[in-house]
Design a protein around this ligand. Structure first.
Ligand code: FES
Length: 103
């Protein structure tokens, strides 16, 4: 399947340490601001399918609100149990102030 760029927001709108949830088809993706760099990961925790948008970002980690698993939003790797499976990550492209996610 060919990849495409989907408009995901504005660099001024997603503040430092915050995230934005976007829906693309049947999938939800988080756009996260870590040190004014933007990263995109699946919104669904790999432990038990809870939305990570209900959690919070600390540094480069997003923490699930249900059982506390933490994932790197940069690599998708799980950094704290109980999650063991990485999150899917997506490339970000910035044009001017507009953020695009490559799906
Ligand atoms: S559902 Fe996220 S840690 Fe359990």
């Amino acid at each position: 399947m060919s990849k495409k760029l989907i408009e995901a927001g504005n660099t001024k709108e997603i503040k430092l340490g915050k995230m934005k949830r976007i829906e693309i088809g049947n999938k939800a993706i988080l756009i996260c601001n870590v040190n004014d760099q933007f990263y995109a990961v699946d919104d669904m925790c790999t432990h038990e399918d809870s939305s990570l948008y209900l959690g919070c970002i600390k540094g480069d980690l997003v923490q699930c609100s249900l059982h506390g698993a933490k994932f790197s939003v940069i690599t998708g790797e799980p950094k704290e149990e109980p999650a063991e499976v990485p999150l899917q990550t997506y490339p970000i492209v910035i044009k001017g102030e507009t953020i695009f996610v490559e799906i």
